[in-house]
Design a protein around this ligand. Structure first.
Ligand code: HSE
Length: 464
């Protein structure tokens, strides 16, 4: 075929051999021997796994067209073959031998959760040449670097969109779409169970135990709700997001965590009276500390102004604010849990990993070049609201104000409940920004004042 004008331009300068191919040449090189089918192995067939299997089978034709090769479910590892499950599967696919299954797949989807055997199975899958798609936040927040390194060494993909905020596309935007920007802060509701509980306390006047029971009846909260209620689930997600956003290794152990068990009906009532709602927030932010850049990663309940978009996130929904230097504020909202929504995120990752097998390419490697230091918990700076029972007599307010002043904390507002009961008044003090360390010292001082009977609640005020 005669060379066209464009082809004639693609060449070395006269007398020089060209060593680097041009883009147009690279694009013309076909990926050698693309596979016509890819083997997908599923580890776990519970609420999420059964929906992954269902969607894989239901959408087989579309997925084949989108990937360019058939996605063949070659096995589903379950704890017991005899247990009932939420999807109809060919019995021949079921196996109790997950270790064997991961050796004969191109893509392994791990949705069994927990650290072991998930870690060993993922590493073995990678060693046998499979890409891994996982929803396992606890594992990534604990052993992420080891799994990333193994995937890199083997040249396979590690994808985990479903590990943070379920169906909401968030990992990919933070890991890829915003890779050219500078993320300043991530502020989000990333646990649906606790959001359901706090929302039910706010909108239905339930107390904590009633709201937790309802969450369990509706299937949001586990029989053992510890991981959600104590904030561990949100902390693992915060660690994953912070690692991606700040190009720094952040593990679960680096996250300051406080759950919602201490939130009572009075906190929620007072929040409404001061124009706030109580939310469990995951916060990852860049801060300046002693003239150096550092990061703070934490999970705790907080008062959020009623007008802030996060305040309108109801039920078990998740929402995440990402603030960046160039793009400005971005908000992501949707279902953070549940079988079908989480399976949607997993299938997206399966398609990405499968496309790489067919067309070439690889998921991003771990990026931790920045290694920003973590701000110690005592140096975290935010606003606080303290609620206390005080003796309703002259001079008590001055005592309390003095304790704040001595530690350099500026008071923003003071409110008193209108009707003292039996000589006891309820006092609410909101501060300007202060260090956690200074606040802790103030709390100790206030608690020992003669006019203060009890400090009944301390809440941080965020997103203001
Ligand atoms: N249990 C979590 C939640 C979903 O309630 O949001 C899985 O991380």
């Amino acid at each position: 075929m005669a060379a066209g004008p464009a082809d004639q331009d693609v060449g070395a300068y006269p007398g020089h051999a060209r060593v680097t191919p041009t883009i147009s040449e690279v694009q013309r090189v076909p990926f050698p021997h693309p596979p016509t089918a890819l083997r997908v192995a599923l580890l776990g067939c519970g609420v999420v796994g059964s929906q992954v299997a269902h969607l894989l089978l239901e959408q087989e034709k579309d997925l084949t067209a989108r990937v360019g090769a058939r996605l063949e479910l070659v096995g589903v590892a379950v704890r017991s073959i005899d247990e009932p499950r939420g999807v109809e599967l060919d019995d021949a696919l079921l196996t109790e031998d997950a270790a064997e299954l991961v050796t004969r797949a191109d893509i392994v989807v791990e949705v069994i959760g927990g650290l072991e055997p998930a870690r060993t199975l993922q590493l073995s899958a990678i060693e046998h040449g499979a890409s891994v798609v996982t929803a396992n936040k606890a594992l990534l927040a604990t052993h992420g670097p080891e799994i990333y390194a193994a995937a890199d060494a083997a040249g396979v993909d590690l994808y985990f969109e479903a590990a943070v905020a379920g169906a909401i596309p968030l990992v990919r935007p933070v890991r890829e779409s915003l890779a050219g920007d500078r993320i300043l802060r991530i502020l989000g509701i990333v646990n649906g169970t606790t959001n359901y509980i706090l929302d039910a306390m706010t909108t239905q006047d339930l107390d904590f135990d009633e709201a937790l029971r309802t969450a369990q009846e509706l299937g949001y909260a586990e029989a053992d709700p510890t991981a959600d209620v104590e904030g561990h689930d949100a902390a693992a997600k915060a660690a994953i997001l912070a690692s991606l956003a700040f190009h720094t290794r952040v593990t679960l152990a680096d996250v300051s965590v406080e759950g919602i068990r201490g939130i009572d009906a009075d906190d929620v009532r007072w929040a409404a009276q001061t124009g706030h709602v109580v939310k469990l927030l995951a916060i990852a932010e860049r801060v300046e500390s002693n003239g150096r850049e550092a990061i703070s990663v934490r999970v705790h309940p907080a008062l959020v102004p009623a007008g802030h978009p996060l305040a309108s996130v109801h039920g078990a929904f998740n929402a995440v604010f990402v603030e960046t230097a160039a793009a400005g504020p971005l908000m992501f909202y949707g279902q953070g849990a549940g079988g079908r929504p989480t399976a949607s995120a997993i299938l997206g990752d399966v398609v990405s990993a499968a496309r790489h097998r067919v067309h070439g390419g690889k998921a991003p490697s771990e990026s931790f070049y920045a290694q920003l230091p973590l701000l110690p918990a005592a140096a975290i700076r935010t606003h606080y609201q303290l609620r206390m029972d005080v003796a309703d007599r002259p001079g008590v307010l001055a005592q309390v104000a003095g304790a704040f002043a001595e530690r350099g904390i500026s008071i923003e507002t003071v409110r008193q409940a209108p009707e003292p009961v039996d000589g006891v008044a309820e006092l609410l003090v909101a501060t300007h920004a202060a260090d956690e360390g200074a606040l802790a010292g103030t709390l100790e001082a206030i608690s020992s004042l003669s006019g203060v009977l009890a400090v009944t609640s301390v809440l941080r005020i965020e997103a203001s």
